[in-house]
Design a protein around this ligand. Structure first.
Ligand code: PLP
Length: 392
């Protein structure tokens, strides 16, 4: 086709760039993953057992921490981390408004209040300055989020807020900060093994920490908070505080052990794709803001662009036009404080967190996952070129 003749957009009835939708994220399951799970199914124990222990040891080693406690998803990992931190009624936790709901909602389950603080406009992670301004006498700790995989700076957050820094690291397995795995820089960190994340166990998650007593509390919480009392009898336990069943089955852990051996390969592909986006999106500078961060320390769970200029008012149309072209764009995330729950319970309103709200109006997540091919990537660029009227 003559490059000067713009193709009719699929949203207007033209032929789409792709017939089948390219998802924004997808797991990579290989033959040895299948073999690991099917072999384990013949073992006597299906729930938490030796495969969970193996996953915990390997994960702690990979993340540069002493202890990993695996649980059944990233949401329950947050609840277990908050419970182990002793969070309770009357307490406050400072969190960013742009994150998945669980970062804040897990505090509500403990009876505590999530207090939002705006993002840093340069990193789009929690602003140390804004977090410090949100601290009160009730603030127990801060939970930062390594948004999209960009490592948070625990040192500046801790210095500014004078509180322990926890991390929702659902996006950042493999990211580094201060020359170490980012998980090693926080009081405790959670991760998620949901299929779109860096490695998967189907559903799963973990809490990572260097604090042995903290890890023991997470371990107890995931198993109903039962305290063994061998002095009473070999069968006996006592219940002091309520806990949950947040156990990860060994079936899932067997998959996790196999997947973890591939993390570096998966990360290398994510980074190559991010680098490729950076290069190919250069001609789009007038219509798109790219994501912040250094390619090699970032874990690139997401690659989020923000529409700008005239398109800043037309994000919904851009999103729908890209979907029509067969590109499975997503939106991570509408700012939490504007959800009904937080508007009604805490009186939040538009204008409370301008950086988060500006982000929330303009963000679009582009596809990025290890099995994405260069040809898939070319399709995304072609669709962006058509929809945004840029010759890539
Ligand atoms: C930032 C963040 N926190 C927590 C979670 C919850 O993880 P899970 O889906 O494993 O419960 C997610 C999942 O999308 C997430 O993106």
């Amino acid at each position: 086709m003559n490059p000067r003749t713009p193709a009719r957009l699929a949203i207007d009835g033209g032929t789409p760039v792709r017939e089948r939708l390219l998802p924004y994220g997808r797991q990579t399951i290989e033959d040895d993953d299948v073999a690991a799970v099917t072999a384990m199914l013949r073992e006597p124990l299906l729930t938490t057992g030796p495969h969970v222990s193996a996953l915990e040891v390997a994960l702690a080693g990979r993340c540069g921490v002493e202890h990993a406690v695996a649980v059944n998803n990233g949401t329950t990992a947050l609840h277990a981390m908050y419970a182990a931190a002793g969070l309770r009624e009357g307490d406050e936790v400072v969190v960013p408004p742009v994150t998945f709901a669980a970062t804040a909602v897990a505090a509500l389950w403990c009876g505590a209040r999530p207090v939002f603080a705006d993002l840093d406009p340069d990193t789009l992670n929690l602003s140390a300055e804004r977090a410090a301004a949100a601290v009160t006498a009730r603030t127990r700790f801060v939970t930062t989020v390594d948004f999209a995989g960009l490592p948070s700076d625990a040192v500046s957050l801790g210095h500014a807020t004078q509180r322990p820094i926890y991390c929702d690291g659902a996006h950042s397995l493999g990211a580094t900060a201060h020359g170490r795995p980012v998980q090693a820089t926080f009081a405790a960190t959670t991760t998620s093994f949901h299929p779109v994340k860096h490695i998967t166990t189907g559903e799963g998650g973990a809490v990572l920490t260097n604090d042995a007593a903290f890890a023991a509390r997470v371990r107890r919480f995931r198993h109903h908070n039962l305290v063994l009392t061998p002095e009473v009898g070999p069968w006996a336990y006592d219940l002091v505080e309520p806990g949950m069943n947040y156990r990860l089955p060994d079936i899932n852990a067997a998959l996790g052990v196999s997947q973890l051996t591939k993390l570096d390969r998966f990360l290398a592909r994510r980074r190559a794709l991010a680098q490729r986006y950076r290069a190919r999106l250069a001609p789009f500078a007038d219509v798109l803001d790219g994501p912040p961060g250094d390619v090699d320390t970032h874990a690139w769970h997401l690659f989020v662009v923000r529409v700008r200029g005239a398109f800043a008012q037309r994000r919904r149309w851009v999103f729908e036009a890209l979907r029509a072209e067969g590109i499975g764009v997503q939106m991570h995330y509408a700012p939490l404080h504007l959800h009904t729950l937080f508007r009604e319970r805490f009186g939040h309103a538009e204008g409370d967190f301008p950086v988060a709200e500006d982000y929330g109006r303009r963000a679009i997540s582009l596809p990025i996952f290890p099995a994405m091919t260069d040809s898939d990537h070319d399709d995304v660029i072609e669709a962006l070129g058509r929809v945004l009227g840029v010759n890539p």
